[in-house]
Unconditional design. Structure first.
Length: 179
């Protein structure tokens, strides 16, 4: 616990998740009062987490929260009105610029997200399209998945529904996975 008038746990979640986005790689940083093996910490955490929430791994910290630069997302999108989704997406991301209105603490500002958007995979899957994209995340800037999908929807002029969105990895400056 911290010292002081209102002691609280040393507990930090370095990269808040956007509303409506799932994750398989949330990071929680905490301090312990005694040395414990990783397996024991994992067991104790899972014993007290709410149903449906569980820890998969425990690591000694290697990086600091300010080292986070990117996050990878797996998206499943449904766009029945777009005939050739892959071709439309390809044209969208190959534009010289992709201007969006990004919400900031001081209001909205126009931002070109083209240089930040990295597409790792796109493939048709039953009635949907599976996209794996990498976006900026961390102290130096975040781009929300919904900003990208809204921009694509505006470009295509057709409705796009996010069937699922899941953050799958968090990266540092050197593209190492963050732990």
């Amino acid at each position: 616990y911290t010292e002081g008038f209102h002691p609280h746990l040393y507990l930090m979640f370095p990269l808040a998740l956007s509303l409506g986005i799932e994750s398989v790689c949330e990071v929680m940083d905490l301090r312990l009062t005694e040395e414990l093996p990783a397996s024991e910490i994992l067991k104790r955490l899972n014993a007290v987490f709410p149903e449906g929430l569980y820890a998969r791994q425990v690591h000694e910290p290697v990086h600091q929260a300010q080292d986070i630069t990117n996050a990878e997302y797996l998206l499943e999108l449904v766009a029945p009105e777009i005939e050739d989704f892959a071709a439309c997406w390809e044209k969208f991301i190959n534009q010289p610029e992709i201007l969006v209105q990004k919400r900031t603490k001081k209001g909205f500002r126009e931002m070109d997200i083209r240089s930040f958007l990295q597409v790792e995979e796109i493939r048709k899957q039953d009635d949907s399209f599976r996209l794996v994209i990498r976006l900026p995340a961390g102290n130096e800037g975040n781009i929300n998945v919904s900003v990208v999908i809204d921009a694509f929807e505006n470009y295509a002029g057709k409705p796009i529904k996010i069937k699922s969105a899941c953050r799958t990895k968090i990266f540092c400056r050197n593209f190492q996975e963050f732990f």
